[in-house]
Design a protein around this ligand. Structure first.
Ligand code: NAP
Ligand code: MG
Length: 494
């Protein structure tokens, strides 16, 4: 008998699925006009930066600069905070149903301009058009609709109290869901009678600036929402501004810790939505095909640029081979490429530094002894930042790829034998943003969910969002909730 040779390298490549048919290109046909240059949006007008000038925002799928964006300095932030402070008493004293009318108008205009916003989001950030079109933009509109509904019902949300707005809110958002994160921040703040200064991420400012145009169209009173673009220094200037009453931050745990330090000892309120390393636990009694499908979207959705991505997969030992085989097959059918093609599953990585970070983890995973399974689908475009979806098997809990947030399309597969072991391993992380459980036993679902230390636990599904459902973390994933009645609390003195 010839001994079977062990695989020579800790790296297997799954070839593209052989088939006698292929998708034809399905390019997005809507063309979006982008100005050469964008200024800050302060007190209802677009105003040039006081000092520093402009930087480029780039299309990560082509590396082509899309527009020049104003770099915000302390003086710009100051002007925006003053405009917000001046507008706040009037906005708060509007009849709540009148505030709601503005918000309903914003929501409807987002719907009217949905395709334009989706195309712009995809061009600026690299995510597939089918996601920006079907997820980001509809959910952004839904957040304004939902919170518009709360504006005149705040007394019912907190019975026996007289809720009052907090004042001026400084809101800092990341690049993975630019318009959606803007909606998550602005909608509850406005419903509660606050005014805002929003700082979008430097790589994806375009949809927030398009939203500013919508705010002008609906004649939102000047100063109620101000948008100052720029990099981390602009964010820091906002955090440190004495006229800001509340900071709401979504981003990395590293920057979140800095902001917590800066705010400590001041009377500013703070909510932090930070990173994650979320577990997805699949038991042998689960519907495996359904689970694999959701696990795939749970990690490869938006190229894995999702804070709550199910990036650690715990599989019961008896079904490990079956699940890994199915994952490998499904991986081979994912289409990576032009984000503006409607058939694309994974678009471009948001920036070169993010791509380098993911490549670093792919390297380190192999060096530490895990086996990498990567899809080898159709050739990738020559320009742009691309990463094929991948997963690691043979991962130990101590491996870096099982512990640190990669924020890319890379899954770490681990195994377990008993429910107790699954819970211990899943909770063995400094993060606590989300988790998934897959089983057909109702009693097991509730027993496991109760013991998982995560802000959201999805049962037999993953990555489901609704404005009425609170979202937020435990431990180093942050504190405070966004969405639902709980999300209003951060924007009210009760
Ligand atoms: P990031 O580097 O922390 O940046 C987030 C935002 O903060 C950006 O607007 C950034 O500006 C700004 N910023 C950077 N340094 C700052 C400072 N010192 N003071 C104030 N603001 C500062 O995060 P990212 O890389 O953009 O986003 C990825 C991270 O966000 C991941 O860790 C992910 O898990 C997390 N995230 C969490 C959630 C959640 O809900 N929990 C949702 C989405 C993303 P620049 O863009 O110019 O750097
Ligand atoms: Mg960009």
């Amino acid at each position: 008998m010839t001994p079977t040779a062990a695989p020579s390298a800790a790296h297997t490549v799954t070839p593209a699925l052989e088939s006698d048919w292929a998708y034809s290109p399905a390019p997005e046909t809507v063309k979006v006009a982008i100005a050469d240059r964008y200024s800050h949006f302060i007190n209802g007008k677009f105003v040039a930066p006081r000092k520093s000038g402009y930087f480029s925002t780039v299309n990560p799928a082509s590396e082509v600069p899309l527009a020049e964006i104003a770099q915000g300095e302390a003086a710009d932030v100051d002007a925006a905070v003053k405009a917000a402070a001046a507008a706040q008493p009037k906005w708060a004293s509007l009849k709540p149903s009148e505030r709601a009318k503005f918000m309903f108008r914003i929501a409807r205009r987002i719907q009217d301009r949905a395709r334009e916003l989706a195309v712009l989001e995809t061009m600026d950030g690299g995510k597939p058009i089918k996601e920006s079109r079907d997820v980001d933009v509809p959910l952004a509109a839904a957040h304004f609709f939902y919170h518009a509904g709360w504006a005149d019902k705040l007394g019912y949300a907190f019975p026996g109290r007289t809720p009052r707005p907090v004042g001026v809110c400084g809101q800092i958002i990341p690049w993975n869901f630019p318009l959606l994160m803007a909606a998550w921040k602005l909608a509850p703040a406005l419903a509660c009678g606050n005014t805002c200064v929003l700082k979008p991420a430097e790589t994806t400012p375009l949809t927030a600036l398009r939203l500013a145009e919508i705010l002008q169209e609906v004649e939102l009173p000047p100063g109620v929402v101000n948008i100052v673009t720029g990099d981390g220094r602009t964010g820091a200037a906002l955090v440190n501004h004495p006229g800001v009453h509340k900071i709401a931050f979504t981003g990395s745990t590293e920057v979140g810790k800095k902001i917590a330090g800066a705010v400590a000892g001041t009377d500013k309120r703070l909510t932090l939505e930070l990173g994650g390393k979320s577990p997805n636990i699949i038991f042998e009694d689960a519907s495996i095909d359904q689970a694999v499908e959701c696990i795939i979207s749970g990690i490869y959705f938006n190229q894995g640029h999702v804070c709550c991505a199910g990036s650690r997969l715990f599989v019961q030992e008896s079904i490990l081979d079956e699940v890994t085989t199915k994952l490998r097959m499904r991986l081979a059918s994912l289409r990576v490429g032009d984000p503006l093609d409607k058939n694309t599953d994974l678009g471009a990585i948001n920036s070169r530094p993010q791509l380098e970070k993911i490549e670093h983890y792919l390297r380190i995973g192999r060096e530490e002894g895990a086996t990498l399974h990567a899809a080898n689908a159709s050739p990738l475009p020559a320009k742009g930042y691309w990463c094929r979806p991948a997963f690691f098997t043979g991962v130990q809990p101590s491996h870096t790829v099982a512990r640190e947030e990669i924020f890319g399309p890379v899954l770490a597969v681990l195994s377990f034998r008993t429910p107790e072991e699954a819970i211990t391993r899943a909770n063995n992380t400094p993060y606590g943003l989300a988790a998934g459980v897959w089983t057909d036993k109702g009693s097991k679902i509730f027993d496991i969910a109760r013991q998982l230390k995560a802000g959201v636990v999805w049962l037999n599904t993953y990555n489901r969002f609704d404005p009425s459902s609170p979202f937020g973390g435990f431990k180093e994933s942050g504190f405070g909730r966004e969405g639902g009645r709980q999300g209003l609390k951060a924007y009210l003195c009760t």
